[in-house]
Design a binder for this molecule. Structure first.
Ligand code: HEC
Ligand code: HEC
Length: 289
């Protein structure tokens, strides 16, 4: 260019841009920077050719390598399902629930599957370790409302209790006070009687007025001695383990307002193999019979 402008101090050509007397020098870009820049351009072109890169109207350029993380995951899952299918089939075909526990390999498979199913489906109500909450039974102890044998547990899980399944059991604890089946005095006497059954502090005079009422109103479900009846899901009232609570106020509340805890049915929502695995898992928690 004719009007080339050389900066006096550095001796470098300027771009001709000037602001308030400050001139812009026309230094070349550093060589290392240019090399990295051209390599990046080449890399990008190679990447577009080999890998999925450009969005289109319908879909995207797949690239020569036809790489897809989604397809890789699907293939991994299919491989896992195939590996599991055989064990799943053996779970369904086992001659009895006990046979599963007698086969260490199959039992391990059931426990692993059961543990993860429990976390997904049961832990919200029964706690992550099956420890339970008031109204939601502890599945780790020896006290069973509906039975702790493998078959009992499986029946509870498959059909639920007081659930919407046609095969479920429906006995409830009635609201003796609220529905006027018993006067408040009787509810109070029975509360002391129930406290006495489990050896807790109680009003002895009140408790002594109750055995007849208990025999006529309560024994049909809870047994003459209060030890419960699993066929009806009536809890044992003589031990220290309570579904709803064993303190005076909670026992009174139970007899007054009744109780009807719902264990949902899983048949239809979980497969036969999944229900079997869950039963084996729950049975292993500590109190299995
Ligand atoms: C919506 C809450 C809820 C969910 C979810 C739930 N349960 Fe229950 N479960 C209950 C209640 C409530 C009871 C007690 C029913 C009663 O009062 O008799 C119960 C009872 C049981 C019992 C009987 C315990 C005994 O002492 O006899 C077993 C076993 C059981 N559940 C296992 C499971 C398993 C396994 C799952 C997951 C597939 C599950 N539950 C999911 C609420 C739930
Ligand atoms: C028709 C059967 C039936 C009769 C009769 C009955 N109960 Fe119950 N009772 C149950 C059932 C079932 C439960 C558990 C309810 C649940 O799990 O939701 C229960 C629960 C209880 C509980 C709570 C136990 C706990 O672990 O928290 C107490 C206390 C109780 N009953 C006392 C009585 C008394 C006292 C009477 C007599 C007035 C009586 N029941 C009559 C069926 C019965």
């Amino acid at each position: 260019m004719a009007d080339q402008d050389i900066d006096e101090h550095s001796g470098v050509e300027t771009t001709g841009h000037e602001w308030d007397g400050i001139k812009e020098l026309n230094n070349p870009l550093p060589r290392w920077w240019l090399i990295v820049f051209y390599i990046s351009v080449i890399w990008a072109v190679g990447y577009w050719v080999l890998m999925p890169a450009w969005p289109g109207i319908s879909g995207y350029t797949k690239g020569l390598r036809d790489h897809s993380e989604r397809a890789n995951v699907a293939a991994d899952i299919a491989a896992l399902d195939e590996a599991r299918a055989e064990a799943t089939q053996r779970l369904i075909n086992a001659p009895s629930m006990q046979a599963i526990e007698n086969d260490p390999g199959l039992q391990q498979f059931a426990l692993a599957a059961g543990r993860s199913l429990f976390g997904d489906n049961c832990a919200t109500c029964h706690g992550s370790g099956g420890q339970g909450f008031p109204g939601y039974p502890n599945l780790n102890d020896d006290a069973w409302i509906w039975g702790g044998a493998l078959e009992d547990i499986k029946t509870t899980i498959a059909y639920g209790r007081r659930s919407d399944h046609p095969e479920t059991t429906n006995t409830i604890m009635m609201a003796y006070g609220r529905d006027g089946l018993l006067p408040a005095d009787d509810v109070s006497d029975l509360t002391n009687y129930v406290l006495s059954l489990s050896g807790q502090d109680h009003d002895a005079a009140a408790a002594q007025r109750a055995p007849q009422i208990f025999a006529s109103q309560c024994a049909v479900c809870h047994g003459a001695d209060g030890s419960g009846d699993r066929a009806q899901g009536a809890p044992n009232l003589t031990d220290a383990i309570w579904l709803f609570g064993g303190d005076r106020a909670t026992i009174y509340e139970t007899i007054w307002n009744g109780r009807a805890g719902v264990m949902p049915a899983w048949e239809g929502r979980l497969s036969e193999a999944e229900i079997t695995a869950l039963a084996v898992y729950v049975h292993s928690l500590g109190g299995g019979e």
